[in-house]
Design a binder for this molecule. Structure first.
Ligand SMILES: [Zn+2]
Length: 223
């Protein structure tokens, strides 16, 4: 999850990049709080069909979810619930399809090979702390402040990895744990930075001591 304390740090380079980027900058600078859901950049029907076709082509099992809007400006639009991305994933709810597709690619092309390479065992399960959650960047109730990408089903928090040899590598203990666990988790973090828009881990701030946050919102930002 985002945390308010680090937000100025996050935004300073983004404001510069928005100014440089020109076209589309207005979208990125928009504050989502209390804006009607329809004003958020939407995934077109065509993009959604393509995204779901990509999931099927990759043998990813998922359930499509109906579009939903919630109090406080939260929503889960163009979302799916991932069932199997090559390994089971625990605690996932709604994810916007492009986020789900990127997560499935990260699991297959980064997490599974990294488990073999750095830990010498097959990855058998990814444990998350969830995806959709109607909350602010600081994790408080949604009555004030900026909504997190979690509030749009556009973020996922990854907490631990279960291996075939019985080991369970958590972000909490592994980030500064044994050398192989450190290498494994950093490889996953680095790979995520090439795929997701924003990636936040234990080096970002104390709120992320126990998980890696991936989202497809503003970015790129990797910490
Ligand atoms: Zn998060």
């Amino acid at each position: 999850m985002f945390v308010r304390r680090g937000f100025r740090v996050l935004w300073a380079p983004l404001i510069a990049s928005v100014m440089l980027a020109g076209c589309g900058g207005g979208e990125r600078a928009r504050i989502p709080e209390k804006k009607p859901v329809a004003e958020r950049p939407r995934i077109s029907e065509r993009e959604l069909r393509q995204c779901m076709a990509d999931l099927r082509a990759a043998d990813v099992r998922y359930d499509p979810l109906p579009d939903r809007s919630f109090d406080g400006g939260c929503s889960a639009i163009a979302s799916v619930k991932l069932l199997d991305v090559g390994v089971p994933v625990a605690n996932l709810g709604a994810m916007q399809c492009p986020l789900a597709r990127t997560f499935a690619q990260w699991a297959y092309y980064a997490a599974m090979p990294a488990a073999r390479k750095f830990l010498g065992s097959e990855l058998v399960k990814i444990e998350t702390m969830g995806s959709y959650a109607c909350r602010n960047v600081n994790g408080n109730a949604y009555s004030s402040g900026r909504l997190s990408e979690h509030a749009f089903a556009n973020a996922v928090d990854v907490a631990a990895f279960l291996l075939a040899d019985g080991r369970r590598v958590t972000v909490t203990s592994g980030w500064n744990g044994s050398s192989d666990e450190r290498a494994f988790l950093r490889a996953l973090h680095q790979s995520a930075c090439k795929r997701f828009q924003t990636v936040l881990g234990p080096d970002y701030n104390r709120a992320h001591y126990d998980h890696l946050h991936f989202d497809m919102g503003r970015g790129p930002y990797c910490r």
